[in-house]
Design a protein around this ligand. Structure first.
Ligand code: CDP
Ligand code: MG
Length: 780
């Protein structure tokens, strides 16, 4: 393999090609990808005493090795040792014993369900076994799906390491807005959503010889849809191999779905885990978790801790809390290494969770649900489980989704506890009562397909030519109501016509890997010649949760810096402004530092934007710009987001006699002179607020929005997303005109309906006296 590329004897590296060549030798040496003989040769080549060293340090050589060369040799020796240990680790995994049996079963059965405990080696080893067994010959690929971005990235990196190749070469990954693969890639890890999109360009997935639908038990929306699609292509691609791999849950169900496919059960190594419950329910689980960590740290023998939290905010708060506590304790206690892991964590920081813990110290990993099954962290002996998870919940009755922190299921609690028993006997501390475990938790997590908006999926299936979506081969059917809501939304967006067929607009929308409401906004922006601005806003919205940098000790500074970006027109324009100023500053990191922005997030926004712009080209949307204009941009966005709109409901100060309102504001009091239901409700809430335009559901402007405190408060607002904390909050808000609703979404709002809304929200004439009392939605 190296013969042909070896430079001619006697010629040493003088040009760039040859330099690269020698670098490759070194990489291969390091990772053990070369056999002994080639290694020796390569040593001669790279480190020839009399001449070879020359390319490293021109003319510094005098027949002996320089210090640098010696250091390099040492490094190579160390790396070789590591390469050895990587091979040993591979062979120590539970799945290794079954390698040959597995390959036989795969050869024999087109579909195989592989079940093994988390950490057995399914994700990292199965694709390599297939590769070693020749499934990647002739340019064919092995694909492996992951429900989570972070898992796809970290596992690909690990496998690249194991195979001694550079990430993106033989082993690569593909996640939304980031493609880390090349022509050379034969093992491709990807999110399930990305494989789903590949069906659009290659409906037979003809470049894959084998597909592994991994972490099947997670039952994400995309995985569930994939099940139906891959089952279908397996019928007319008999040579295609399908592996459904799952932790120890639901295997029978998968097997049954794939026409009674055989189940290959890899027995796990599992040590007993002692369970501990709290006596009383915990009011504040973060507090309880921190206390538990410290108790473990000071009283329990060696072993790392894994704590499950619901999201980045909680993880950061806990990290700070722990750091402060540890600082206060000083050197009274041994070192505690705090390692967070969540989806938006920059990848170079993710590596920290995998680093071995030094002797005498203890590591505590603060993780989202990602550590439940997708990622295995060695060395964990103690698990702390507060019993919550953040998930998206959709209510087909109202058509609204929001992110909600919810109790986990018993199945999930068992998986979490299991993470403690991988290296030896472990302990799981559940921050809830035994009674709650038995009586309050559901047995299984409800699959995402049954609790999410399906507009995206329906649009995708429609573009794949699957017309009868209601009767698609689902593992678990989504509620018919949800599918019907999706049809309604797609019809209202103009993606489907009145016969339920995909329109040209719908076809164009399906090209974009974003929510149909966003893709509609992008495509619609061409009518207003402001695609440039809309693209930026939409890309910013994708990252808006992790954009602002607010370190605790500089919070005031940060908030002040962020205030400078506020622009009229709503939060969307603030986002636009941030991006444009950053662009003007040549996308510099320094600028982010000065303005308290997360550089990584902005870089991602730029990538997302570039990709969306590329897709615009594909569907022939011309990217024009209308700088400094507000209304056209607002309208373009409203054309996609009319579904997420609310109108104002007025609140009344309790210290003002109701009669004052009565004479001026119709509808405030009912016929009997009592406060109407609306008024009373508003008074109870004290905060006042907004109601969704279609369902009259109460929602509130998020405290981070620039619309807070706006006078007069806008009558109609469009929001990007809802988050449920103490109340249902709208995040990323923009004021709009009520009349736009029937103008831009005539399939959804009729004129009289809008006029009526304007009547209750718009036409109220407030006397000055009342206006001064800040009647109107009290936003703060
Ligand atoms: O998929 P499954 O849960 O069965 O196991 P895996 O993800 O293939 O992990 C097998 C082993 O690889 C783990 O026990 C870890 O020791 C190691 N691994 C790692 O060190 N770093 C990663 N990013 C992923 C896995
Ligand atoms: Mg796995």
């Amino acid at each position: 393999r190296y013969e042909e590329s070896k430079p001619v004897e006697g010629q040493f590296v003088t040009d760039v090609d040859q330099w690269e060549e020698s670098q490759r030798y070194k990489t291969d040496l390091r990772t053990g990808a070369m056999d002994r003989e080639v290694v020796e040769e390569a040593y001669d080549y790279v480190f020839d005493e009399s001449q070879g060293i020359q390319f490293l340090q021109e003319g510094r050589l005098d027949g002996t090795l320089t210090a640098e060369a010696q250091a390099m040799l040492d490094q190579i020796a160390a790396a070789e040792k590591k390469a050895m240990s990587i091979q040993e680790t591979r062979q120590s995994l539970p799945i290794y014993e079954f390698r040959d049996e597995l390959l036989e079963a795969i050869a024999e059965h087109q579909v195989l369900v592989v079940v093994a405990e988390t950490g057995s080696g399914k994700t990292t080893q199965l694709p390599q076994y297939l590769h070693e067994a020749g499934y990647t010959k002739g340019g064919m690929r092995v694909g492996c799906t992951q429900p989570r971005r972070v898992a796809a990235m970290s596992v690909a990196a690990r496998v690249a390491d194991e195979m001694g190749s550079r990430l993106g070469q033989e082993v690569g990954y593909s996640i939304r807005f980031e493609d880390m693969t090349s022509d050379k890639t034969v093992l491709k890890y990807m999110t399930d959503g990305m494989l789903l999109r590949e069906f659009l360009t290659d409906p037979e997935l003809s470049t894959y010889s084998a597909l592994i639908i991994d972490e099947a038990h997670e039952r994400t929306l995309s995985t569930d849809v994939l099940f139906g699609l891959v089952k279908d292509i397996a019928r007319f691609r008999p040579e295609l191999r399908l592996l459904i791999s799952s932790a120890t849950l639901n295997a029978q169900k998968f097997a049954a779905f794939f026409d009674d496919a055989p189940i290959f059960d890899v027995p796990g190594r599992r040590f007993p885990v002692d369970m501990f419950y709290t006596q009383q329910p915990e009011a504040n689980y973060i507090h309880a978790a921190v206390t538990t960590i410290l108790q473990i740290h000071t009283t329990q023998p060696k072993g790392d801790i894994l704590l499950f939290l619901t999201g980045q905010d909680e993880i950061e708060a806990t990290e700070e809390n722990l750091k402060e506590t540890m600082y206060a304790l000083g050197d009274k206690v041994p070192e505690l290494i705090i390692a967070p892991i969540y989806a938006n964590l920059p990848s170079e920081m993710q590596a920290k969770i995998f680093e071995p813990t030094p002797e005498g110290a203890r590591k505590v990993v603060l993780a989202t649900n990602i550590a439940e099954t997708s990622i295995t962290i060695d060395g964990v002996v103690y698990v702390i489980d507060p019993g919550f998870v953040k998930q998206n919940n959709y209510n087909p009755k109202t058509g609204m989704s929001s992110l909600v922190v919810e109790p986990i299921s018993r199945a999930s609690a068992q998986q979490r506890a299991g993470r403690a028993g991988r290296v030896g006997p472990g302990k799981a501390f559940r921050l809830y009562t035994k009674w709650a475990f038995k009586n309050e938790l559901l047995q299984d997590t409800i699959p995402e397909i049954q609790r999410t908006n399906l507009a995206n999926v329906v649009l995708m299936l429609k573009s794949l030519g699957i017309n009868d979506v209601l009767n698609f081969d689902f593992l678990d059917k989504p509620p018919a109501e949800t599918i019907i809501r999706s049809f309604e939304l797609l019809y209202a967006l103009g993606a489907l016509n009145h016969k339920g067929e995909l329109t040209r607009l719908g076809r164009r929308m399906a090209e974009f890997p974003v929510d149909p409401m966003l893709s509609k906004a992008i495509i619609n922006s061409e009518n207003y010649k402001c695609t440039h601005e809309v693209l930026t806003i939409i890309s910013m919205l994708q990252e808006s949760g992790s954009l602002l940098y607010r370190p605790k000790d500089k919070r005031v500074h940060a908030d002040k810096a962020h205030k400078n970006f506020i622009k009229p027109g709503g939060d969307h324009f603030t986002l636009l402004n941030i991006f444009e100023q950053w662009a003007d500053a040549n996308y510099s990191q320094q600028w982010c530092y000065e303005n308290f922005m997360q550089y990584k997030s902005l870089v991602r926004v730029r990538d997302i934007r570039d990709q969306l712009a590329g897709l615009c080209e594909r569907v022939e949307v011309i990217i024009e710009s209308l700088p400094n204009e507000i209304i056209p941009v607002q309208k373009a966005i409203t054309a996609g987001y009319f579904y997420n709109t609310v109108s104002a409901h007025y609140t009344f100060s309790t210290s003002v006699p109701l009669s004052i309102y009565k004479s001026h504001i119709s509808g405030a009091l009912d016929d009997k002179g009592e406060g109407s239901e609306l008024t009373l409700q508003a008074r109870i809430d004290k905060g006042g607020g907004y109601r969704t335009t279609k369902n009259n559901h109460s929602v509130y402007v998020h405290p981070s929005s620039c619309l807070i405190g706006m006078q007069p408060p806008p009558r109609f607002i469009l929001y990007y997303e809802l988050v449920l904390t103490s109340k249902e909050y709208m995040r990323q808000c923009m004021p709009i005109e009520g009349t736009w609703l029937s103008e831009l979404a005539p399939h959804y709002f009729n004129k009289s309906e809008v006029e009526q809304m304007m009547g209750s929200a718009g036409k109220v004439k407030m006397p000055k006296q009342v206006a001064e009392l800040k009647v109107g939605p009290v936003l703060a």
